[in-house]
Design a protein around this ligand. Structure first.
Ligand code: 13P
Length: 342
């Protein structure tokens, strides 16, 4: 198969109806924060155990098309059986292994409170190794902050440029890039401001992708939804979020992008599911498949049920499957009933 056809096939498989992506690529410092919230020490072993709980959940393959891993996790193995490497385990279930390849967001020099993502140095070599280890898609997260007089054009352009170069490098390595320009929901801004900034960002991102000859049929876009900031006094309702998000995407995302997989960005598990469900139910004429690539919204219940205790493993897995199944149902365009988490 040609490189382009392979990329298109992987991208399409990641966004098949009824399936979405599990973002389990928390860096070690982020894992430390998550584990602290449940009183568990973050170590090589505890991180391995937690990821094992997620990936060996019974029936995960019915709802999850791909899992984004962190460098350490890509090299880890199951803890319960004969030590199967995680990429091999996921492949055996028909789940595509993915890898976070950016090196995090750092201060953008000369632009207070703004960030640019690093990680282009040495990326070709890392991608070649990740491909050998089984990764077939990748993720790069750019962070756009809303505040007084920000984001600046410089910040959006710098991030869009890196996303485009990353995407081009991935495709040359036979890896589908998830392009993730995240407009943060931190702050007090309104949904209208989120809409303006996201629209401005997506426009520039697609200009850069086009400039770098990125094959749009071989990417997945991972945007934020259009929502009110977490501390905005007026919180837009589910319908408004669904309508404004759809309109923003329709205006800025070319139709040949096969799929859009949202990040949850700090929304509760319930809201992240309800927003996705509403969009798919209301807007049936979408050119792309609309699905999830959630981290926190999929994992919150699992983490809080597990609490680092082996006796909670099964209950933690059940909590994960309920969330995964609900989000899977939310990718369909009919009013399918959503299960209550336990
Ligand atoms: P959240 O869904 O927790 O925002 O994480 C998704 C992700 O991959 C962020 O890069």
């Amino acid at each position: 198969m040609s490189n382009s056809n392979q990329l298109k096939e992987i991208a399409n498989n990641l966004v098949l109806k009824g399936k979405g992506i599990l973002a389990a690529d928390e860096s070690n410092p982020t894992c430390k924060k998550r584990f602290e919230s449940i009183g568990v020490e973050s170590s090589f072993e505890s991180r391995n155990e937690y990821r094992d709980i997620l990936f060996t959940s019974d029936g995960i393959e019915n709802f999850i098309s791909g899992v984004i891993l962190f460098d350490e996790t890509l090299r880890q193995s199951t803890t319960c059986d004969k030590k199967t490497p995680f990429p091999e385990l996921l492949n055996s279930k028909g789940i595509i292994p993915g890898i976070k390849v950016d090196k995090g967001a750092n201060n953008l020099e000369g632009f207070p409170n703004e960030k640019a993502t690093s990680g282009l140095d040495g990326l070709d070599e890392r991608l070649a190794e990740y491909y050998k280890l089984g990764a077939r898609f990748a993720k790069w997260r750019a962070v756009i902050t809303i505040g007084d007089d920000i984001p600046t054009d410089a910040c959006i352009q710098a991030n869009a440029h890196s996303l485009a170069r990353y995407a081009s490098k991935c495709q040359q390595a036979g890896i589908v890039p998830i392009v993730e320009p995240e407009v943060l929901m931190d702050g007090t801004h309104t949904i209208e401001t989120c809409n303006n900034v996201t629209s401005r960002t997506l426009k520039i991102v697609f200009e850069q992708l086009s400039m770098y000859n990125v094959l749009l049929e071989g990417i997945i876009l991972k945007p934020n939804m259009i929502i009110s900031a977490i501390n905005c006094p007026v919180q837009a309702d589910i319908e408004k979020v669904a309508d404004m998000t759809y309109a923003c995407l329709k205006e800025n995302v070319p139709e040949n992008v096969p799929g859009i997989a949202f990040l949850s960005g700090g929304q509760s598990g319930d809201l992240a599911t309800s927003h996705l469900k509403k969009m798919n139910e209301t807007h049936k004429d979408m050119p792309w498949n609309l699905t999830f690539s959630y981290g926190r919204a999929l994992q919150h219940d699992t983490l809080n049920t597990w609490k680092g205790k082996n006796e909670n493993r099964k209950a933690a897995q059940e909590a994960f499957i309920i969330r995964a199944k609900n989000n899977s149902l939310a990718t369909f365009d009919s009013g399918i009933q959503i299960l209550e988490p336990k």
